[in-house]
Design a protein around this ligand. Structure first.
Ligand code: AR6
Length: 189
């Protein structure tokens, strides 16, 4: 049985070996973690929402690195992620994950969204990332229904934190408003 602690605006779920998942309401650019996940687009050209906030807070160094990645590989496929440094943000890395645009759920969206979370957690293992912060990828401009996306995200993150071996100690899932937070909390209860 998972041990769950709830306060007014945070929920903590304990996993084996002292690992934990924390859900909170906030701005992802304000958290202190080793790696922040961005909800990017496949052109890696920046945009609104989380992407806009990360580039504003992190400064131009992040886009310069993305320009180099784009020049070499043309961008990032949906379901994947690329790594840059975090510029002025208090993190070592930004993982720019490209979530699917939601159509009707019948066009591979669940698999592609799951792949975003898996890819970022794999990158965390490769880069010795102990703490990582995720936004609710695809649930803004890309239109993914929040409850469905929450189920996928929480399943992948929980599976990772239940692994026998992982370097990840803490995952922060940062929800932008109370309504998204409540939907995620209800997915765990
Ligand atoms: N901190 C945490 N969550 C946030 C923040 C923030 N600062 N700002 C928004 N959210 P979105 P997507 C929430 O649109 O759906 C961009 O233009 C927001 O309420 O950022 O994957 C990219 O360039 C929502 O629940 O990402 C792409 O073109 C969630 O974060 C496209 O949007 C994701 O919303 C990607 O769309």
């Amino acid at each position: 049985m998972k041990e769950v602690t709830v306060t007014s605006n945070t929920m903590e779920i304990q996993f084996p070996h002292g690992r934990q998942l924390r859900l909170l309401i906030g701005d992802i650019t304000r958290i202190r973690v080793d790696a922040i996940v961005n909800a990017a687009n496949s052109g890696l050209r920046g945009g609104g929402g989380v992407d806009g906030a990360i580039h504003r807070a992190g400064g131009p160094a992040i886009m310069r690195e993305l320009d180099e990645i784009r020049a070499k590989s043309g961008g990032c496929p949906t379901g994947g992620a690329v790594v840059t440094s975090a510029g002025a943000l208090p993190a070592k890395y930004v993982f720019h994950a490209v979530g699917p645009v939601y159509r009707d759920g019948q066009h591979g969206e669940p698999e592609l969204l799951a792949s975003c979370y898996r890819t970022c957690l794999d990158l965390a293992e490769e880069r010795d990332v102990h703490t990582i912060g995720f936004p609710a990828i695809s649930t803004g401009v890309y239109g993914y229904p929040v409850a469905d996306a929450a189920g996928i995200a929480l399943e992948i993150i929980s599976a990772h934190l239940n692994r026998e071996e992982t370097k990840v100690r803490e995952v922060l899932f940062v929800l932008f408003d109370k309504s998204a937070y409540d939907i995620h909390v209800n997915r765990i209860r």
